[in-house]
Design a protein around this ligand. Structure first.
Ligand SMILES: [Zn+2]
Length: 236
């Protein structure tokens, strides 16, 4: 159930039965020459829609520009909100949903730079909201996926595989590569990114993936999110 496709009457009726909403959040961000800028958004949105469909839960409009100021901002096409702006945007999302009666908020997150702003927004509203629960799931960090994929690398095997499964026509397989250099134990300013972190836009990973692996990652992620959603609805 997509909020954008519902009427205000339908939302009111839904809220008499359920108080849960799924919020997909991704990014518009460089993902090497082989994957589209919308990789994180497409992944988060697809997972969120499927979780929504299988559980009959409302899915809010996808937040498709995230916080990408470190590393990938050095590459063309990357859009970014500042961490402060993104935090405020998420707070406003939560407040809008809360005022109507939503109380369980599940973020399906597709991008690492969004984690801190989501957490800041939740911390802020949790002081004034009542009887509310918040969950943030970043699929590539799920321990349940570790046996399939154990590398949180950017634009690498995991993301390639999910995109090959969901949007094969957007994947430029002929441009697959890998960049496995040891990452520095510090953060760098943008001008140092290409010398010290990544030249290809891939961070410490290979792009040797497959649609088969993508299907497994997608399905297992959905199962984990549904588990979180059910626990949140029952108060654990
Ligand atoms: Zn990504």
């Amino acid at each position: 159930m997509e909020l954008l496709k519902m009427t205000t009457k339908e939302v009111k009726e839904y809220l008499q039965r359920r108080k849960t909403v799924i919020i997909p959040i991704g990014a518009t961000e460089e993902h090497s020459d082989a994957l589209p800028l919308g990789t994180d958004t497409f992944t988060a949105e697809s997972i969120a829609m499927e979780v929504g469909k299988r559980t009959g839960t409302v899915v809010a409009p996808t937040i498709s520009v995230g916080n990408c100021l470190s590393v990938t901002y050095a590459f063309p096409g990357t859009l970014s909100l500042s961490p402060q702006t993104l935090t405020l945007l998420i707070e406003d999302y939560l407040k809008s949903l809360y005022k109507d009666g939503f109380r369980n908020f599940l973020f399906v997150n597709g991008h690492g730079g969004n984690i801190a702003p989501i957490r800041c927004a939740i911390d802020t509203v949790s002081v004034t909201f009542k009887e509310s629960r918040f969950a943030v799931g970043s699929w590539w960090l799920f321990k349940e996926l570790k046996d399939l994929y154990d590398n949180a690398g950017h634009a690498g095997r995991g993301e390639v595989s999910i995109m090959l499964y969901l949007y094969p026509s957007l994947v430029h397989k002929e441009l697959f590569t890998e960049e496995k250099r040891e990452l520095p134990p510090y953060y760098v300013s943008l001008d140092l990114v290409k010398n010290e972190v990544t030249q290809t836009g891939i961070i410490n990973d290979t792009q040797k993936g497959s649609a088969e692996l993508g299907k497994k990652l997608f399905e297992k992620s959905i199962a984990v999110y549904i588990g979180i959603l059910e626990k949140m609805e029952h108060g654990s």
